[in-house]
Ligand binder design. Structure first.
Ligand code: GLP
Length: 260
């Protein structure tokens, strides 16, 4: 695991955008895994800027981590709408290369299966970008006794429902879907490379626990920390006073404010 400590949210977003753009330059037909949430908004802003400067998405394929169950792509809080607004409408991605779980499906099991089939047919994810929930969730793989291998219907925890209500639904818990379709933990782990973004003091505890308290399905990020090609891009607020007793082989780099 590589940990890159950045100065703040904007710096984290620029460093992450640099990593993504280098991947796209190296492999123009990259299969990219993408997150939603407040954390990647700055990354998407930087990618829009890099696209205006010539970064090409024409051969890139994307697979989003998750979608709320029971709402369609036109719902204002759907992850499809979020992605259109922050990235897809602004770059030259081919519409047929974009994949997001179908939230308004009549048959969620079939939708999950088809998503997994599309993932396999793509040849697998080259670069997966993820955020992390305050409880350590990855995508919508919530802390639980068992996690799913592949794409599955998941129940959201009350903590996640509350956090998402406050951030995206004007605090109205009733409006937040209680279930979602999420890419499975094993599918995420099969990605050839993973970048995890975390910003702000609310993420300190989950990140610290994932890195220091052992591997447990009760903190899905801890499983991700075993990935052989994981880069964690943090800001100073997540790092806090520092995280002691990191897993063996972890490299920690402080990135200067001007570096990308
Ligand atoms: C959301 C998403 C996750 C995201 C996480 C953190 O509910 N399903 O993919 O990483 O919660 O969100 P945020 O970036 O807003 O803190």
């Amino acid at each position: 695991m590589d940990i890159l400590i950045t100065q703040d949210y904007q710096h984290m977003s620029k460093v992450a955008a640099g990593l993504v753009s280098r991947q796209l330059q190296k492999k123009p037909s990259t299969v990219l895994g993408l997150p939603t949430g407040s954390t990647p908004i700055g990354l998407y802003k930087q990618l829009r800027k890099l696209h205006r400067q010539g970064l090409d998405f024409s051969r890139v394929s994307t697979f989003n981590l998750d979608e709320y169950l029971g709402i369609g792509p036109d719902h204002p809080q759907s992850y499809r709408r979020f992605m259109d607004e922050h990235l897809f409408d602004h770059v030259n991605l081919a519409p047929e290369h974009i994949h997001i779980p179908q939230g308004d499906t009549d048959d969620p099991q079939v939708a999950c299966h088809q998503y997994d089939q599309a993932l396999v047919a793509s040849g697998g994810i080259d670069l997966m970008v993820v955020g992390v929930g305050v409880n350590g969730h990855i995508g919508f793989n919530e802390p639980a006794e068992h996690l799913f291998y592949g794409t599955s219907v998941v129940d959201l925890t009350s903590e996640t429902i509350q956090v998402n209500a406050d951030k995206f639904f004007d605090g109205d818990i009733e409006q937040v879907p209680k279930q979602a379709i999420s890419m499975g933990m094993a599918s995420i782990m099969k990605s050839r490379r993973v970048i995890l973004l975390a910003s702000g003091p609310s993420k300190h505890e989950a990140v610290m626990a994932a890195m220091t308290k052992g591997i447990t399905t009760r903190n899905p990020m801890s499983i991700l920390c075993t990935h052989p090609q994981l880069t964690v891009v943090l800001d100073m607020e997540v790092w806090g006073e520092g995280i002691p007793h990191l897993p063996p082989g972890t490299r920690v780099t402080r990135i200067g404010a001007d570096a990308r």
